[in-house]
Design a protein around this ligand. Sequence first.
Ligand SMILES: [Zn+2]
Length: 127
Amino acid sequence: MRLLTHNLLACHAKSCVSTSNNFPLSFKEVQLELIEADFNEPFLRGFLNKVDWNALVVASRQLGDASLPEKGPDPTDPMIDGETLKALHHVLLEIHVIEGQMVCPNCAHIFQIRNGIPNMVSASAKC
Ligand SMILES: [Zn+2]
C-alpha cells in the first residue's frame, strides 16, 4: 500500500464518520519496501490539487522519510521546485507499506495491512 492510497483513507466506524478526527490514520510497526516508479510530473501536479499535504507529511515521517517540506507547494505555481517534486514522487509512489497497522486517531481502531493490502472492513464490526 502506498501513501497515495493512505491519503484517501479515513476510519469509517459509526462513531467516527461524523467527526473530523478520523483522519489521518497513523502507522505502527510497519515493514516497508522501496519500489522504483517512473517519474510523471503531470500526474504529481494533478495530485497536488487533491492531496491533504499535512496528512502526507505526518504519514511520511512516521515511515521514516523526512524529505517533504512542512508546507506544500502551490499547485498552480508553474515553477515548483524540482527537489520537492522528486520528494513527493518518492513518498507517494515508491514507498510501499507491506505489513503493519494503521490506527484511527479517534476510536483507536487498528486496521491491519497484510501483503501490502489494507483491511478497511473491520471497523464497523467493532463500533
Ligand atoms: Zn475510528
